[in-house]
Design a binder for this molecule. Structure first.
Ligand SMILES: Nc1ncnc2c1ncn2[C@@H]1O[C@H](COP(=O)(O)OP(=O)(O)O)[C@@H](O)[C@H]1O
Ligand code: SF4
Ligand SMILES: [Mg+2]
Length: 378
């Protein structure tokens, strides 16, 4: 695939100047106390799956935030709720600080214009019966209205160039089955860009692609962040790719945020025992699940999640306090937050008569993943 050295910007969008180092970029999208519970199917009970509980998330302009967690931890649910593909059970979503209430069709349109989603499976997300031209034209018309024919054609070509599918004439009339997985994902990204969004929610955008082309897609997303100042939520189960790609990393465990901070320090010096286990097992999360299961039982049921810290059944340092009270997400170092009772904090949060746990080395307990330094597929 040919690289375009300087693709023209998406029409209608003037890239904003990147904020100076150290000055916080404006907040675009945030979730406050986000909660999503699903009724348990086929059962006449009030039981629910606690997929997401009390999640706070901030996305700033021109920033990539990685949302990392193992399968079933609630990553896709957060993205779908943020994209308004389903309603939240509780909490609030704010766009530029304003609560979003997209009850009317027009409000919904305005919102999806700003917040676009890229799905994991580029094979399922493009309609096989339509060529690229149809897919992109539909999105352009939906978001930018009807244009004169030559302007429309120019916009189509600019979208393809923006995702580095060049020369555009080579791709514009192709059907999905004529494209590789990576090319399809680029078309899906171009379709999202047709809306001229401020936020991209990318749900495991590379996990179904061939290893050899994953980096190309991440580099493309990074280019979009840099050139268009888009905020990107990058969802992944692979914390190694978060380190490579994301400015900040948020770690999710069983529907709750357990750690957050800048990606470099979260991956170099993980504070939460779960993140330590995740880093120790990267890049193979299945290995983590297998070892943790072998040593310490199953990942928790989200129908009846463990009380207190949801990680306590798998944590070697758990004490009564961990089994009793939910640890608050508190500052554990500059710009770093973790939800673990093992760090000093406000003792008013600790119920009477209970003591904080003493943390040790997770990898001493579980053992480092053998040979993880070698041949790592990053
Ligand atoms: N539509 C749904 N109905 C019922 N349960 C669901 C639904 N979608 C997701 N879940 C449950 O919510 C939890 C989180 O799922 P998901 O957000 O897909 O996790 P992840 O993307 O991290 O793998 C899982 O237990 C899953 O089974
Ligand atoms: S020490 Fe307690 S609070 Fe911290 S991760 Fe382990 S179980 Fe959770
Ligand atoms: Mg998912």
């Amino acid at each position: 695939m040919t690289d375009v050295s300087a693709p023209s910007p998406v029409p209608g969008r003037t890239p904003a100047a990147r904020p100076e180092v150290g000055s916080p970029a404006p907040l675009v999208l945030s979730a406050v106390g986000l909660r999503k519970h699903f009724p348990v199917r086929g059962m006449r009970t009030s039981a629910v799956v606690h997929a997401v509980d009390d999640v706070d998330l901030d996305l700033h302009r021109g920033e990539v935030v990685a949302l990392v967690g193992e399968s079933g931890s609630g990553k896709s649910t957060i993205a779908r709720v943020l994209a308004h593909l389903m309603p939240a059970t509780g909490g609030e979503i704010r766009l530029h600080g304003e609560p979003v209430v997209a009850r009317r069709r027009r409000d919904f349109r305005r919102y999806v214009h700003r917040v676009q989603m890229i799905f994991q499976d580029p094979f399922a997300s493009l309609n096989p019966i339509h060529p690229v031209r149809y897919t992109l034209s539909r999105s352009l018309r939906l978001h930018r209205g009807r244009m004169p024919r030559d302007e429309h054609e120019r916009a189509l070509h600019e979208l393809l160039a923006r995702v580095q599918l060049t020369p555009p004439e080579l791709y514009v009339d192709k059907y999905p089955h004529e494209l590789s997985g990576g090319q399809r994902q680029r078309v899906a990204i171009a379709r999202a860009l047709a809306a001229d969004p401020e936020v991209l929610l990318a749900d495991e955008p590379i996990s179904m692609l061939d290893v050899s082309i994953r980096l190309g897609i991440l580099n493309l997303l990074r280019d979009l962040r840099d050139r268009l100042d888009i905020a990107i939520l990058y969802i992944t189960h692979d914390i190694a790719s978060a380190r490579y790609f994301a400015d900040r990393t948020v770690v999710l465990y069983a529907g709750r945020v357990v750690e957050s901070g800048d990606s470099e320090s979260v991956t170099q010096d993980p504070k939460h025992p779960y993140t330590q286990l995740l880093i120790g097992s990267a890049p193979d999360p299945d290995d983590l699940q297998a070892r943790a299961r072998g040593a310490r039982g199953e990942a928790p049921s989200l129908v009846t999640p463990p009380p207190g810290c949801r990680f306590h059944p798998r944590c070697p340092f758990a004490v009564e306090l961990c089994r009793t009270a939910v640890p608050p997400l508190t500052e554990v170092a500059s710009g770093r937050r973790a939800a673990c009772w093992g760090y000093p904090g406000d003792d008013a949060d600790v119920p009477d008569g209970l003591a904080r746990p003493t943390l040790g080395s997770m990898l001493d307990t579980y053992g480092a993943r053998p040979g993880r330094e070698e041949g790592a597929d990053r």
